[in-house]
Design a protein around this ligand. Structure first.
Ligand code: SF4
Length: 335
């Protein structure tokens, strides 16, 4: 028997998740059959360019996909229950989300304390003095100095970094088991970004919080996560422990993302970019969606859809969806 309190089961197990948008002109397959796990106390990354389906994944996990979008298939199994089946109501607050721009998350006409107290009232049943004390505690937890004064301030009185800390405090007011962070540091400068990443890591280690960290920034993925899923055009194309992914990337898209990290080339070289754009998938895949942009593409890539297959061996949990790693298609010369 496992000695873990969760019996060794993942806190969140996503299986074959499909979220589509039915428009008059077409059906957009924004999330197209992805699977991943998150365990308690770990930070898992979801990385890819904009348009790859990361944010739709985040909204799907919280039951926040607006029409004409709909979660059309697969499972979102949280604490053993499939939320697509039982609904989100019994688990509201247990999964919280932090969005990119804190000024959009905070209501400008209410004090920070008011907004935290509202979350405490809804999700924890706390009111009055107990709610005020807890709001001050939460501001202190997220590293806001002088929290007794700040609790009565309005969002515009806080810096961008302080605002994002206040958003995280509001998310924590729900006492979540899983925090979904959708580009939480993109709007912040690098110093504040590092502070927010440290804060999230402290919450993970001290409170046992699980974090799904969504970003386009490979540098942030390296600093913030233990495992990572690389997403492209609605699919996960590579999955690995973060150190493995950085040391031994297998998918050409992952390699291209790594090569485009600032600092990966010397100052007199031009930083490589990935030519072209992420396609909007409207049909079930019949080819490799990365083929038009892939420097390693060969004939079969336009005719065969690569599935995620093990590329790590020895139980390293490293998989990639690329025909270069399928012996039925690629030769040593192709690789
Ligand atoms: S399957 Fe082909 S096109 Fe797709 S990533 Fe691999 S080599 Fe490139």
């Amino acid at each position: 028997m496992s000695d873990r309190p969760d019996g060794g089961q993942p806190l969140l197990a996503v299986r074959d998740l499909r979220t589509v948008f039915h428009t008059e002109r077409e059906t957009i397959r924004a999330v197209d059959g992805i699977s991943f796990d998150i365990r308690r106390g770990e930070t898992v990354g979801l990385v890819g360019e904009s348009g790859s389906g990361k944010s739709v994944t985040a909204r799907s996990l919280l039951g926040l996909v607006d029409p004409p979008g709909v979660v059309e298939g697969g499972e979102i199994r949280f604490k053993g229950e499939d939320l697509t089946d039982v609904g989100w109501d019994d688990h509201r607050g247990e999964i919280s989300i932090v969005f990119q721009d804190p000024s959009n998350s905070l209501n400008p006409v209410y004090t920070v304390g008011n907004q935290i107290r509202e979350a405490l009232k809804i999700h924890r049943g706390l009111r009055g003095e107990a709610a005020v004390e807890r709001a001050v505690d939460l501001l202190e937890t997220v590293g806001i100095p002088d929290p007794k004064r700040r609790v009565d301030e309005y969002p515009h009185q806080l810096s961008g970094g302080m605002q994002q800390r206040a958003v995280i405090a509001t998310a924590l007011a729900c006492d979540p088991d899983l925090l979904v962070c959708d580009e939480p540091t993109t709007a912040l400068d690098v110093t504040i970004q590092a502070q927010i990443l440290d804060l999230l890591d402290d919450l993970r280690t001290e409170e046992g919080l699980a974090v799904l960290f969504i970003t386009h920034d490979m540098g942030v993925i390296e600093d913030a996560t233990g495992r990572v899923n690389v997403m492209y055009a609605g699919e996960i194309v590579e999955r690995a422990p973060t150190t493995t992914l950085f040391e031994d990337p297998k998918h050409p898209y992952t390699r291209a993302l790594l090569e485009s990290i600032p600092g990966s080339v010397s100052v007199d070289e031009r930083l490589p970019t990935i030519e072209g754009e992420v396609p909007t998938p409207s049909e079930p895949p019949s080819d490799c969606r990365f083929a038009p942009r892939c420097p390693a593409a060969f004939e079969d890539c336009s005719a065969v859809h690569p599935e995620l297959t093990d590329v790590g061996g020895h139980g390293r949990d490293h998989a990639a969806a690329c025909l270069l790693h399928d012996d039925d298609f690629a030769t040593e010369d192709d690789r």
